[in-house]
Design a protein around this ligand. Structure first.
Ligand SMILES: [Zn+2]
Ligand SMILES: [Zn+2]
Length: 176
C-alpha cells in the first residue's frame, strides 16, 4: 500500500489554518507519521507523553484505513488531529472535542471547500448504492432504494388518497 507523504500536508495546513503555530523554526512541534498496517480501529489519533518534563507528541494516521480512501479523507483526518495537537500544545487546554476544538473545526470547515472535518475518528462503511427501482402500482411514480423492501406504499398516494395511512392499493413494486 502506498500512501502520500504527510509532512508537506502538515506544513500546508499549519500555514493555512494554524498561523504556523505548530512549527518552531520550520520544525514541526508534533511528529506526524503513518501507522503500520495494524491500526484498524481509528483513522487517526494524537498522542502525547511527557519525558523529563518535555512534552513529546505525535499524530498517527491509519495506513490500512486511509490508504483505501481518497485524499479528501486523509486531509480531513490530518486536520482533525492537528486541531487536537493545537488545542494541547498551543492553547494548553485539556479537552477532547470541546469548545476550542469545535470552534477551530468550524473555522476551518468554513474556509475549506475540498474537505470537511468532523468529530468522528472513523469513517462509516460506504453506503450501498441505490440500485433498486420500485414503482407505485397506483400512480407509476418511481423510487430508488438500496434494497428491495416488502409492503411499502407510495407516500404520495397515501397522502393524496388515504389520509396519509398505508394502503395496499398503492404498494411499491420492484422489478426482479
Ligand atoms: Zn478527535
Ligand atoms: Zn403512488
Amino acid at each position: 500500500m502506498s500512501v502520500i507523504p504527510l509532512l508537506p500536508l502538515f506544513h500546508r495546513f499549519n500555514k493555512q489554518f494554524f498561523d504556523n503555530s505548530l512549527t518552531v523554526n520550520q520544525e514541526p512541534l508534533v511528529k506526524v507519521r503513518w501507522s503500520d498496517n495494524r491500526l484498524k480501529t481509528t483513522a487517526g489519533f494524537y498522542k502525547r507523553k511527557k519525558i523529563n518534563g518535555v512534552i513529546d507528541s505525535e499524530i498517527i494516521l491509519s495506513k490500512p484505513i486511509l490508504s483505501k480512501l481518497s485524499n479528501r479523507e486523509i486531509y480531513s483526518t490530518l486536520c482533525h488531529e492537528m486541531i487536537h495537537a493545537w488545542v494541547d500544545r498551543i492553547l494548553k487546554k485539556n479537552e477532547i472535542h470541546g469548545p476550542n476544538f469545535l470552534n477551530k473545526m468550524n473555522q476551518i470547515n468554513e474556509k475549506e471547500n475540498n474537505f470537511q472535518i468532523s468529530v468522528r475518528h472513523t469513517f462509516p462503511v460506504e453506503r450501498r448504492e441505490l440500485k433498486y427501482t420500485g414503482t407505485c402500482k397506483n400512480c407509476g411514480e418511481k423510487y430508488m432504494y438500496r434494497k428491495r423492501i416488502k409492503n411499502i406504499a407510495c407516500k404520495k398516494c397515501c397522502k393524496l388518497f388515504f389520509n396519509g395511512s398505508w394502503n395496499k392499493n398503492c404498494l411499491i413494486l420492484f422489478d426482479l
